[in-house]
Design a protein around this ligand. Structure first.
Ligand SMILES: *[C@@H]1O[C@H](CO)[C@@H](O)[C@H](O)[C@H]1NC(C)=O
Ligand SMILES: *[C@@H]1O[C@H](CO)[C@@H](O)[C@H](O)[C@H]1NC(C)=O
Ligand SMILES: *[C@@H]1O[C@H](CO)[C@@H](O)[C@H](O)[C@H]1NC(C)=O
Ligand SMILES: *[C@@H]1O[C@H](CO)[C@@H](O)[C@H](O)[C@H]1NC(C)=O
Ligand SMILES: *[C@@H]1O[C@H](CO)[C@@H](O)[C@H](O)[C@H]1NC(C)=O
Length: 505
C-alpha cells in the first residue's frame, strides 16, 4: 500500500511510468520468490483419469553436489486440508537402497495404483482416501543418490554410508526450503521406516546441529517418526527369538534350549550350543514371509514368481486381510530375506550379495515399475528419461556402510532436546520385530506417563501404546507387517494425524 501512494505522488511523465513499471516488476519477482517453483508443478498425472488433483503436486531434482552432478529426486504432495498451516513431512523408505516411491505407490501416497492388466502396461490411478496428504504436505525423497530416480554423474557416489547420506539429505532440505520458502514457517517432521530407522535419527541430528549452529534457512523442525525401524544391533538382534516364541512359531522346548544356551544374547551367541539352538529357531521360521508372518511366501529352490491371483489356493489369498479398497500389492510368493543377515556395523550386504536376485523377496513392485519406467510419466513428474538414468527399481544395490553405530544415543539426544518422537511397529513384522523396538524404547529410562493401553479406531482396538516423558511414544499396530500403511491404511492415517496434532493416540 505504502509504495503505491508514493508512486502516485511522483506521477510526472515518462519517468513515473517507468518507476511504476519497475515497482510492479520488483513486486512480482518478490512474490514469485515466496512460492514454489512453477516449473516443478505437476500438471497431469498419467494414469489418473480424475478431473482435478485434490491438492498441488510438485516434483523434480535438487542438486546436492554441483561438481559431481549429484541430484536427488523429490515428489511433494501438498496437504489436501490447509497447506499453509499443516505440517510438512519428509518421508524416507529404507533398504538401504530402496526408493521412497515404495511409500508413495504402496503405502500412504495420494493414489491407489490398479494394475493396467498386462505386464508393463500403464496402471490406473485412483485417489487414496487414506493418503497422508489428507492432513500434511508430504515430501517423498529418493535418497541417497543411486536410489530410485536420484543419481550422480560420478559413480564413486554409489559407495556411501549413513553419515554421508544424512549430510546429503540435510543439504537437500536446505536447498529445497530455498525453493519452497513458504513452507519454512510450517512445523516440519522427518519420517520413515525400516532402514530409515537409521536415516531418520541421523538426519534429524544434522538438522538440529544446523539449527543450533545458525545455518540458514532455519528449519522449523519439531520431531520425527520411525516405523519398524532398525535401531541397535543388540536390541534388534535379540528380538527374533522372543517374537517367534510369543507368536507360537517355535516350540516351548526350542525356546528354552535357546534361552539356556544363549542366556538372552542371541545375536552374537558365541557358544556352539547357542549356535545350534539358534539354527533350530531359524529352521522353524524361515519358510515364513519375514515382512509379515500372516502373508504367504513361496520357497521353491528355483523360486519362480507366482502372483497370488493366478491359481493360488484361496487360503493364501485370505491371509493378512487389508482394509485398503484395492489389493494394493500383488503378493508374490518367493524366498524371503535371509534371516541371518541383521544390520551390523560396517558394510551392509546388498540384495545381490544376499543372493536374492534383483528383486526384493515377497514384495511385488509391478505397478510401480510399470508407472515409473514409462517416459510420459517421467516427463510429467520432471524426472530424467529411462535412456538417461536407467530404469527405476524398488531397491538398488549400493555399496553402503552402516557407519553411524547404534541409534540409542541419537534418540536420547533428540528427545532430551524437546523433539517429539513416535516409534511404531506393525506387530506381525519379523524383519524388525516389535519386541526389539519395545525393549530399546523402554531402555532409554524415561518415565512412563501414559501406561500401556489399547488405542482405538472406529471403536475397535487398533493396537497398543505406551507414552513416555520427553515426547516419546511407542505404539503397535495390530495385524500389520513391515510396511504398516499398506495393510492398515485407515488406522495408519488415524495414528499419523493424531500424533501430528499432538493429541492422544
Ligand atoms: C569422482 O569423484 C571422485 C571423488 O571425489 C574423484 O576422485 C574423481 O575424480 C571423480 N571422477 C570424475 C570422473 O569426475
Ligand atoms: C565400497 O565402499 C568402500 C568404502 O566404504 C570402498 O573401500 C570399496 O572400495 C567400495 N567397493 C566398491 C566395489 O566400490
Ligand atoms: C556379544 O554381545 C555382548 C553384548 O550383548 C558383548 O558384551 C560381547 O562382547 C559380544 N561378543 C562378541 C563376540 O561380539
Ligand atoms: C506410456 O504411457 C502413455 C500414456 O500416458 C502411453 O501412451 C504409452 O504407450 C506408454 N509407453 C509405454 C512404453 O508403455
Ligand atoms: C546432542 O548432540 C549435540 C551435537 O553433537 C551436542 O552438542 C549436545 O550436547 C547433545 N545433547 C545432549 C543432551 O546429549
Amino acid at each position: 500500500m505504502a509504495w503505491s501512494t508514493s508512486a502516485a505522488s511522483a506521477a510526472h511523465g515518462a519517468a513515473a511510468s517507468h518507476f511504476i513499471f519497475l515497482v510492479l516488476l520488483l513486486t512480482s519477482l518478490a512474490c514469485r520468490s515466496h512460492s514454489a517453483p512453477p516449473e516443478a508443478l505437476v500438471t497431469n498425472v498419467p494414469g489418473f483419469a480424475g478431473v482435478q488433483l485434490p491438492s498441488k503436486h510438485y516434483a523434480g531434482y535438487v542438486t546436492v553436489d554441483e561438481r559431481h552432478g549429484r541430484r536427488l529426486f523429490y515428489y511433494l504432495v501438498e496437504s489436501e486440508r490447509d497447506p499453509a498451516q499443516d505440517p510438512v513431512v519428509l518421508w524416507l523408505n529404507g533398504g538401504p537402497g530402496c526408493s521412497s516411491f515404495d511409500g508413495f505407490v504402496y503405502e500412504h501416497g495420494p493414489f491407489n495404483f490398479e494394475s493396467g492388466g498386462s505386464a508393463g502396461s500403464l496402471p490406473k490411478l485412483h485417489l487414496n482416501p487414506y493418503s497422508w496428504s489428507k492432513v500434511s504436505s508430504v515430501i517423498y525423497l529418493d535418497s541417497p543418490a543411486g536410489v530410485g530416480l536420484s543419481y550422480s554423474k560420478n559413480v564413486s557416489d554409489y559407495s556411501t554410508g549413513d553419515l554421508r547420506t544424512a549430510a546429503d539429505t540435510h543439504t537437500f532440505l536446505l536447498n529445497w526450503f530455498q525453493l519452497y520458502p513458504e513452507f519454512l514457517k510450517n512445523p516440519f517432521y522427518i519420517a520413515g521406516e525400516s532402514y530409515a530407522g537409521i536415516y531418520v535419527p541421523t538426519l534429524s541430528h544434522e538438522v538440529v546441529k544446523g539449527i543450533d549452529g545458525g545455518v540458514k534457512p532455519t528449519i522449523n523442525f519439531k520431531g520425527y517418526m520411525v516405523g519398524n525401524g532398525v535401531c541397535d544391533i543388540v536390541f534388534d538382534g535379540n528380538a527374533l527369538v522372543p517374537f517367534a516364541h510369543g507368536m507360537a512359531l517355535i516350540s516351548e522346548d526350542i525356546y528354552k534350549e535357546a534361552n539356556t544356551a544363549c542366556q538372552g544374547n542371541y545375536w552374537n551367541g558365541s557358544s556352539g550350543k547357542c549356535e545350534e539352538a539358534i539354527s533350530k529357531v531359524y529352521m522353524e521360521v524361515e519358510a515364513l514371509n519375514v515382512y509379515d508372518i500372516l502373508e504367504p511366501c513361496y520357497h521353491a529352490p528355483n523360486s519362480k514368481v507366482i502372483p497370488l491371483n493366478s491359481g493360488t489356493p484361496q487360503r493364501f489369498k485370505d491371509l493378512g486381510g487389508t482394509s485398503n479398497p484395492l489389493p494394493v500389492r500383488t503378493r508374490m510368493l518367493r524366498q524371503a530375506w535371509p534371516l541371518r543377515a541383521p544390520v551390523r556395523d560396517g558394510h551392509v550386504p546388498s540384495w545381490k550379495e544376499l543372493g536374492v536376485a534383483s528383486r526384493v523377496p515377497c514384495m511385488s513392485d509391478e505397478v510401480a515399475t510399470a508407472w515409473l519406467n514409462n517416459d510420459s510419466v517421467r516427463s510429467a513428474i520432471h524426472a530424467e528419461p529411462v535412456s538417461s538414468i536407467g530404469p527405476w527399481v524398488l531397491c538398488t544395490n549400493l555399496n553402503f556402510s552402516h557407519d553411524a553405530g547404534s541409534m540409542i544415543i541419537y534418540h536420547k539426544n533428540l528427545t532430551s532436546q524437546g523433539y517429539r518422537a513416535f516409534i511404531y511397529s506393525g506387530d506381525h513384522d519379523m524383519r524388525v520385530p516389535y519386541t526389539g523396538t519395545e525393549a530399546w524404547t523402554a531402555s532409554l529410562g524415561y518415565e512412563v506417563i501414559d501406561l500401556w493401553r489399547p488405542w482405538f479406531v472406529n471403536e475397535q482396538v487398533a493396537g497398543y501404546t505406551q507414552g513416555y516423558e520427553h515426547g516419546l511414544t511407542f505404539a503397535t499396530i495390530k495385524g500389520a507387517g513391515h510396511t504398516v500403511p499398506e495393510y492398515k491404511p485407515e488406522e495408519s492415517l488415524v495414528f499419523y494425524s493424531r500424533w501430528l496434532d499432538d493429541s492422544k493416540l
